[in-house]
Design a protein. Structure first.
Length: 368
């Protein structure tokens, strides 16, 4: 039985036999082959979606939250707190509810997907919608937790990063090697930091013999790392990554530079196109933020970035070509954000309850 990421990767995590493990059996998410997309690169490429939307609260945050909440409980706290564009608050509220901790969350008013708000409220968190953005909310919770007895569970809490690095372990365990390229959306930059930490630790432990290039993607209207300065008023329909001053900015740049990767940006139009492409051609429904990294991949494919990129490996019979492997981290489920889904896909056709009404829209061939 899968027992969650702490039990699965205990020897790589800062826990002891005394740590009270709070888990919803998160992790163990699938690597779904994205064959339609891979064909656009060529016959020698494999693309995988790591569908983190299949975690218990439907986002990658659960990997970090099981660690942060377990350690908070171990330290004897009675309450946890976070700022959030939605997913962190949903996850914090769920894990806190499981072990009797109070949970306070501050979200930007009007800029959080409906499903995420419903989750935080359902799990009993005290939810404050601030007249401001995520960066304002993060500033507030940092100050409150510095002055009062409450544990901050944003990714500035190092245990969040520790838990989230298990995603990298799972990819390497499943593939038997690291991917060549790791595509990931970037908001507050905790996740790209965590994956890089996971890959480098597995490398140091001798579990893998090379490292992937880290390919991070921001939305054009909220791309401080790409632009090289804080964005005072971040804007994007991908509200999860609507962040102008990421907490792990330096660590994300370090991951990019050490891996020979890149951090780029894509427009909201590109994000919507990738969001629809995944749903219509790969059968995978994510929230828009995830589509930022797929939009980045689609753009690099169009630009011919992967031409002649098939890697060679040295084996007993000399150099042989192996397939190029690309993994995209799909961080949250599409059901989180029904408003954007309906906006980009239209509404059902309303008809009278007759067969003719259906046939008027869809000309079906009669059976012989
Ligand atoms: C679906 O919930 O910041 O770069 O407060 O929900 O680690 O911040 C969410 C971020 C990507 C960006 N995809 O990850 C929050 C929050 C989804 C997300 C990101 C988020 P980071």
């Amino acid at each position: 039985m899968w027992r969650g990421v702490i039990e699965q990767y205990r020897e790589h995590l800062p826990v002891t036999a005394d740590t009270p493990v709070v888990t919803l059996r998160e992790g163990n998410t699938p690597l779904i082959p994205a064959d339609t997309l891979a064909r656009e690169i060529g016959p020698d490429a494999e693309v995988y979606f790591k569908f983190e939307g299949l975690n218990p609260t439907a986002s990658f945050k659960d990997r970090g939250m099981t660690m942060a909440v377990s350690k908070a409980l171990e330290e004897g706290t009675s309450a946890v707190m976070c700022a959030s564009t939605g997913n962190t608050s949903a996850s914090a509220a769920a894990y806190a509810s499981r072990c009797g901790l109070d949970c306070l969350v501050i979200i930007p008013e009007g800029n959080i997907a409906l499903g995420k708000l419903a989750q935080a409220l359902m799990h009993g968190a005290k939810v404050f919608a601030v007249r401001g953005n995520f960066d304002d909310a993060l500033r507030m919770v940092r100050e409150i937790s510095a002055r009062y007895r409450i544990t901050l569970v944003n990714s500035v809490n190092p245990f969040r990063i520790e838990g989230q690095k298990t995603g990298a372990f799972e990819i390497c365990d499943a593939l038997g090697e690291p991917p060549d390229y790791h595509f990931i959306p970037v908001g507050n930059a905790g996740n790209i930091t965590a994956y890089w930490k996971g890959y480098t630790e597995y490398h140091a432990a001798g579990r893998i013999d090379r490292l992937p290039r880290m390919m991070g993607w921001q939305a054009e209207g909220a791309a401080p790392i790409v632009r090289g300065h804080v964005v005072e008023k971040p804007e994007t329909l991908a509200t999860a990554i609507r962040i102008g001053n990421p907490a792990s900015w330096k660590q994300a740049e370090a991951a990019r530079d050490a891996s020979g990767g890149m951090i780029g940006m894509v427009s909201d139009a590109d994000i919507i196109a990738a969001y629809q492409y995944m749903a219509r051609h790969e059968g995978v429904f994510t929230e828009p933020a995830c589509a930022a990294c797929v939009a980045g991949l689609m753009r690099l494919i169009r630009e011919g970035y992967f031409r002649n990129a098939v890697p060679a490996v040295s084996g007993p019979a000399g150099k042989t070509a192996r397939k190029l492997r690309i993994v995209c981290i799909l961080t949250g489920h599409g059901l989180k954000d029904p408003d954007n889904a309906l906006k980009s896909s239209g509404r059902p056709m309303v008809i009278d309850p007759t067969i003719e009404a259906v046939l008027e829209h869809v000309p079906l061939a009669p059976r012989a």
